[in-house]
Write a protein that binds this ligand. Structure first.
Ligand SMILES: O=C(O)C1=C[C@@H](OP(=O)(O)O)[C@@H](O)[C@H](O)C1
Ligand SMILES: C=C(OP(=O)(O)O)C(=O)O
Length: 439
């Protein structure tokens, strides 16, 4: 695709209300749990993005009947042992979540499956999943550098006590999905608490899974009889975050983001914003398996922030946006303990630094984070920004552009469809309302 001209020099801020698309992590999990449950699972407000469609097609290739009508999906589950050997290697596209969760799900099946992905995904580390799964008896062959393509050789698994070396919900979830198929109970011990959608949804489907008071130790009873459910997917806070930040850094803004998931393993961006002096209110809170609220956000002037390792998991995908907030704050911000960013769709420490420097922001790379000297006005060095094929970098730069005094363009905007296909039209809807109201 050609370069996309970005909206710059926003005069009247963002205004109006928006319901962002469904949560990506929850959409992936609803498909997988639906497939291994008995009976029909109905998913409402499913995220129809490239990553979730990679999971949907993989589950179809594994013999599961799935029908989709817009954001409504119906999955005909076949139980824990009902998946079928696929006729060809499964294409994981760009999706780390699909790959790693499927490794756990396929490890205990009675057949072999080959997995491959796009050039970005084929660089991402997979031993973090294959090694702990091996402690349960799993056999997953990767390349000599521990990457895709991989072969999952399904075999009977034993329960185990597994201590995880990386704070990763993908790794944890892979272990949980394998533990369901084992002969005996398993205990999984996390390094730091990470997003717990798998645990919550499994309880809803009827599994016996418990998290201890330390929020780190998860016990899984094997061979549950899972029953199909209706899963109503709340709005994705990782998508809402782009507009939370856009409204915060654009004068005259006031927006409401409807029905956003506020599971506290995901709300690091809200804590960051509060610490930096943001203007944010939670309204119409709802409880349930996954809590949600409407988020009202207004423009604010910001103070710098310091983040360390223990705060990272709850804000992992929003760190490029935290860097942008820091670039708009008055003073020095330091983000540390975020080395996981180096192994996402791109090396997000490097790509954030490279792209923000194009706007004249002072950024230093650390092995595990960034130092950012924020200032209110930027001097553009290079008007051609680049997503580097990474959806979150592309969206963060499109939001940064709103403050640019000069015209800017974005290379590889198509990457954004990985998690948020309607991003540009949703952004436009908030801007248009603002322009009209100001007339
Ligand atoms: O479990 C999940 O759905 C995800 C977990 C996170 O990855 P890690 O588990 O690798 O940190 C996150 O970055 C990703 O976007 C989605
Ligand atoms: C890291 C991400 O996703 P995944 O690991 O599933 O590719 C993301 O969405 O930012």
């Amino acid at each position: 695709m050609e370069q996309k001209k970005l909206t710059t020099h926003l005069q009247h801020g963002l205004n109006g209300a928006l319901a962002v698309p469904g949560d990506k992590s929850i959409s992936h999990r609803a498909l997988m749990l639906g497939a291994i449950a008995q009976g029909t699972t109905t998913i409402k407000h499913f995220l129809s993005s490239a990553d979730c469609l990679s999971t949907l097609r993989a589950m179809q290739d594994l013999g599961i009947k799935i029908t989709r009508d817009g954001d409504n999906v119906s999955v005909e589950g076949k139980g824990l042992t009902g998946l079928k050997k696929p006729e060809h290697p499964l294409n994981m596209g760009n999706s780390g979540t699909t790959t790693r969760l499927l490794m756990g799900l396929l490890a205990g099946q009675s057949f072999e499956t080959e997995l491959f992905g796009d050039t970005s995904l084929q660089k991402r580390p997979m031993r973090r999943v294959s090694e702990p799964l091996a402690e349960m008896g799993a056999s997953i062959l990767t390349t000599s550098t521990g990457t895709l393509p991989a072969k999952v050789i399904g075999k009977p698994l034993q329960g185990a006590q597994v201590k995880l070396k990386v704070a990763s919900a993908q790794v944890k979830s892979a272990l949980i999905l394998a533990a369901l198929q084992a002969k005996t109970p398993s205990t999984i011990i996390e390094k730091l608490p990470t997003r717990d959608h798998t645990e919550r949804m499994l309880q809803e489907f009827g599994a016996q899974i418990e998290t201890a008071a330390d929020h780190l130790t998860i016990t899984v009873q094997p061979q549950p009889r899972l029953l199909g459910q209706t899963v109503i997917v709340p709005g994705d806070i990782s998508s809402a975050a782009f507009f939370i930040v856009a409204a915060t850094i654009s004068k005259h803004s006031e927006i409401v983001l409807k029905n956003v998931n506020i599971n506290e393993t995901r709300t690091g961006i809200l804590s960051v914003l509060q610490k930096m002096g943001g203007n944010l209110q939670l309204e119409n809170k709802s409880t349930g398996t996954e809590p949600a609220a409407d988020l009202r956000v207004k423009y604010a002037t910001l103070s710098p922030i310091q983040l360390d390792e223990k705060e990272i998991p709850a804000v992992i995908d929003e760190l490029p946006l935290v860097a942008l907030l820091a670039a708009c704050a008055h003073g020095r911000s330091i983000l540390r303990g975020a080395q996981e960013l180096r192994v996402k769709e791109t090396d997000r420490i490097a790509t954030v630094a490279q792209e923000l420097r194009k706007l004249g922001v002072l950024v230093q790379e650390l092995p595990d984070g960034l130092i950012i000297d924020g200032r209110p006005a930027w001097d553009i060095n290079d008007p051609v920004l680049d997503s580097h094929g990474d959806h979150r970098i592309g969206m963060m730069m499109a939001i940064a552009a709103l403050r640019s005094p000069e015209a800017l363009a974005l290379k590889k905007p198509e990457a954004i469809a990985v998690s948020y296909p309607t991003f540009f039209s949703d952004l436009e809807s908030l801007i248009t309302l603002g322009e009209e109201e100001s007339k």
